[in-house]
Every structure is written in structure tokens, then in C-alpha cells.
Design a protein around this ligand. Sequence first.
Ligand code: DGJ
Length: 749
Amino acid sequence: MKLLKSLALATLILAVAAPAASARKEKKKTYNHVTVEIPKVEKTVIPVETEHTQLVLMVQENGVLQTLHYGIRIADPQAFKDFRTLRSHDNGSGPMAYPTTGGRYIGEPALHVKYADGYHNTQLYYTGHDVRRNGNVVTTVVTLKDYVTLLEVKLVYDAYQKEDVICMHSEILNGSKQAVELQNYASGSLYLDADKFYLTHFHGGWADEMQMDGEVLTHDTKVIESRRGTQATQCNNPSFLVSLNTDRLQENTGEVVAGALAWSGNFRLSFEMDESNRLNILAGISPFASAYTLSAGQTFTTPDFIYTFSGRGAGQASRNLHAWARNYGVYGGGQVNPTLLNSWEGAYFTFTTETLLRMIDDAASMGLEMFVLDDGWFAKDYPRNNDDAGLGDWEVNTAKLPEGIDYVASYAHEKGLKFGIWIEPEMVNPKSNLAHAHPEWVVQSPGREMLQSRNQWVLDMSNPAVQDFVYGIFDNTMQLAPNIDYIKWDCNRIVSDFGSEYLGGDQDRFYVEYTQGIYNVMRRLRAKYPDTIVQCCSSGGGRVDYGALKYFNEIWTSDNTDALTRVYIQYATNLIYPACVMASHVSAVPNHQTGNVTPLKFRFDIACSGRLGMELQPKNLTEQERALADRCIKSYKQYRDLVFTGDVYRLASPYDGDYYALMYVSQDQSRAVVFTYCTKYQNRAIGGHPFRMDGLDPARKYKVTELNVNRSCWWGSGKTHAGDFLMNGGFNPLLLQTFASAVFYLEAE
Ligand code: DGJ
């Protein structure tokens, strides 16, 4: 009622005030140096709440919208109405909900607009807000306006009640009669208040993605940015965790804010600690070479900035994000995807129909559920027999596969397997018919050498004709055989020396419209192929973000299939992204990327903590190895629903020591699977390592069984134990050697 009253009042005030402002503007023809009256509004608290968390926005009397609190949910957020702080407003302007360049604000702006007359000032004032509930999601839209330039911004907050996650974005409307230039246009801003902030973020490179990094933030601004265009996440990821009042990431204790940007192109995260020790986090599209011209009346919608607050360490923050991802953020999230054999590391480019059929036989007899034909099956005039030709010419290479794809796919289906196939639709090799037919589709700058990477060029996805072509590649590939079940969508180079013939004089739109182009294509494809499983691969984890995951079921976590390297990559990936998206394959040793030799059991135990696959030539396995593989695949099917839909609890971090352990627990706490690994021998292992299980019902009894061994490494395997015993130090498996690993299945009585 109170809310309705203030809304009505605000609308009334606006109805009177707005015409006056615009009349004045029209008369002057220029809007700078104009004194306009900002309508007075009532101090209003706008709580954006989930079951356990709360973001408190506050409209000050002067109409400025501020963020007063993000954290634990307080019973009566109206208490913030009288909240005072002595922090000076003369030097800066307080924690604005969406800081803009202009007024007293001097920090990193969420929004920086350059107007037609060359001025850069934007000052946004509250004009109204609206709250709608749709089941589990409460959406709050706050409208802000600059009364001088008539720019309007809607801040949209979707609060996912059960998951304790807020997704926010902004909608920027140019209400003036002239075009404006958006120079910074972040999705959102989040102010946090603490004595100390520990930032965890992710860096890496090819075959080494998602390495966890961290630091105590100091004053000024820490920026994490990608300018790679495609493969935006190969070196940095648009995600983070900020731990409050501590100098390390803690799993089970302390306040942690975790966030991610749902955008598959250039991104920018900034963490600015001001002179009052307040931290402002901005997340958005990178402004790099991307000043965006917004014509009169046009609206720009920014991608979602997703965040969560946990009062119980990083573990709860991950579980919140994962639950949101499974329920809303990942295409087909929560569905169990099939185990598979992928042809890449087992055959690379060198195969015949016979090679593939025998791999299918082996996959079927091992109990795998799908066969995926990777790179090398296409192009006739410039056959794809290595990586220097063929991309762009998506016709079956009948010299290599005379019977066609249908024959191979039907064989897989007859054997009871699903069938999947690889494409790399955004790319073209100079050695291809496509490159000759459509040189204007290639990303390039006039008069300059067209730089190759992996012998290929990037197609200009900002061009709608290219989008149609790329849509057609997927669509036509789906027609190569009835019932293609899975597409692996690859993308093997970054954008450099960018330029788009299609965009002509407006090159600043390139990076944004490239990414929007992919989403346009994926939206159309999903309308036609809602049930196809689509993997997002980009030389491994080059496109791991919640923007892509709206359309893709899973990611190829890394080209690095070495189980030891995967320990670190998967641990860090899973801080932000749920296990159901992490494709993880058992490959041959010595490992093709690192040369490491690890036991097959260790390789399986690592791969089984994500979506299990194999990527080797099965006929090279010994009989003993085959027996172990069959056993691991069989037991995976018994518990994999926990990997796909359970809650993760991390018991030991490989970044902190020589053990890695995690478990997935069913939502009703009746079943769980525990993975334990030793990455390096140490003498103290002879006492058994005391892991504390987590997430179980302390009062229930669980039968614990070690899987895939004849003799367990834990004395308690095969027996029943109370949940509180398992969670308080009774569980101490003997992981004696480097690469020892053990998987335990728990079932409540
Ligand atoms: C890079 C991918 O990440 C690999 O898995 C494989 O599909 C190759 N491309 C094929 O060229």
C-alpha cells in the first residue's frame, strides 16, 4: 500500500515535471547549461530480496538512487530509511546504484555517455519503480532519468527467491532527438562495504584455462577484461568471488559475493576501492573499441550481471549459482546428458568409415551412450585432412567417408548409441571455396594483411548474411542423417585486426554485434532444434560464460585432457559453473598435451566428477584397462544424476595442498557421491587423510561403498555410518601414492 502510494505520487510529480523539462529543452535546442527542476521525490526504500539475501536500494530526497546494503536479509528493510553515514558527499556522490559520468561522481562509471554537443554529463534521477512476481522470480524495475538530456535508464533486477541469486541488467533509452554515444555501458554496479576485500578471479591460456588467482584488493581499480572478441574466456573469465573482511577464499565460512556476466564477447569487470574503502564492482561489455551509437528513441539492453551473496563461504555461493544455473541459466540444465566417445584424440584427422565403425563398436561394448565424430569429415575441393584447409565448405568429404555421414550415424543408432558431429561455423580457411566466393564476409581491415591464426580467418557475424550462412551450416549438418543428437560447436581463434565490410563507417559496433549475431543464430536454432545437445567448445574453454550457456548444454572445459591439469581447471570452473556443464574426457597416456602419465583409475575418477566421456582409441586399451573402463562407466550411471543435479560440497582444495576432494549430495540428502584424490605423495598420508564430508543429514545413517575397487582404501567402506560421524572427521581414506584416488557412493538407510 505504502509502495503504491509513493508510486502514485512519483507518477503524479512526473506528469507535472517532465513536460516542463522537455519544453525548456526544445526551446533552447541545446540541453547543456540548462537549469531544470528535478522533481522532489519521497525517500523510498526499494528492497530487492531473495529468501536469504537482500539488496537495499534507496531513493534519496534528491532523487538519486543508491545501494545501501547487499548481504543477509534483514527482516525490516525500511529500517534503512533513516540510515545515515558521515561519508562526504562533496567528494564523490555516495554509493550510486548505477553510477554515471557526471554530477559529483568521479569514480569508474557504469554509464558514460557522450552527447551530440560533445558534453559528457549524465545525472540520473528516480522517476518510479515497479515490482512483479512470477512464481520464484520477483522482478523490480527502477526507472531513472536525466532531465537535461532525456536519457532514461531502467535498472531491471530479477531476484530468484530459492536460489538467492539476483540477475540485473540495464536498458538505456535515448529519449532525445539526436544520437548519443555510449562510451561505457555496464550491466550493473554493486557496492560492498567491508574493511578488506579478497578477490578471486580466473586466468589462464589455451589448455590451461580457469586457473584460480586471487589478491587482497588495494585502493584504486582492478580490471579484468577480455579483448579477444571470440574465445573471450580463454585467458580471463567474466566471473569472480569477493570475500569480505578476510585475506583468503574460504570454503565454509565468511561473507562471499560471487558474480558472473552473461556475455560471450569482450567483457570488463572492475573493482574500485574508493578512499572510504567502499568497493564498487562493475560488470559489463568491454568498452574497448565499442562506443555504441544510440540513435534517437533507441534502447540498448545490456547483458545480465548475475550475483549471489553467501554468509557461509564460497561453498554456498557456488551452490547458489549452480542451482540458478540448473534451473534458469543453462540450456537443458538439470538434464542428464549421455556419456560419449569423441573421435578427436583417438583418430584426429586420420580416419576412414571403418575406423569410425570400430570405434562405435568399442564405445557400445564399453557401455558408452554416444559417438561424436570430431573435426575432419568435410570439404571436397579443399579436403579437411589437417587444420589448414576446408573450413567453410560444409559438405561431406566422400573421398574419406564414401558412404556418407548417414551410414556412420545409422550404424551408431543401430548399436544403441546416439550420434554427434563437430562443426566450426564461424570460421573459414583461405583454402576453401567459401573464402573465394565471399571474401567480403571475412573479418578484415581494408588494405591490410589478413592475419591468420590456426590457418583460418573469422567470419563477420555482425553481418546478417553471415548469420544466415552460419545458421545454415548447423541446419544442413542436422540433415546429414536422421536424428543427429549432438553438435559440438567449435571456435578456434580470437578476433584480431578487426574490421567489418558490412558495418562500413560504424566499426565501433563490431564486437557487440558479433556476439549478438551468435545469439541471433542460436535463438533461431533453438526454436528449430530444442532437443539437440549442443556443446560450446572454443579450443577448449574459450567460451565459458552464462551468455553462451543460455543456448548450449555444456562446455568443452579444456583441450587439456591430462587428469592432473584438469584437477585445477575443474575445481576453479566449478566455483562458478555447475558440474553438469563440464565435459570431461578420459584420454590416453602419455597425455597428448602435457606428456603426463597418470593411472587410468585417476583419469576416470577425475572425468566422472563432470560429464564423463572418453577421447582415445579404445582398441589401444589393454584387456585389464578395458575391464576397469567398463566398470567405471557402469558405476558412473548409478550416481551421475548426483553430478548433474546434486549440490556440490568441496572438501579439499588442490590449490591449498596435495589433496582434492568434493562431493555431490542429492537434494533430499538421501544419496551422495564423494571423490577424493591425491596429487602428490606425502608421508603423512599413511595415517589416512581426514576429510570432513558435508551436506549430509547428521542424524541419518549412510551406507558408504567405495566404487570400482576390489579392496577399499577406507576401513569404513561397506559399512553404515551416521552423517555426523562422516562430517566430523571419521572419514580418512588412505590415498597413499601420487595420483591415488577413490570414489565413494553413499545411500541413506
Ligand atoms: C579444438 C577443440 O577444442 C578440440 O576438441 C577439437 O575439436 C579440435 N579443435 C578440432 O580441430
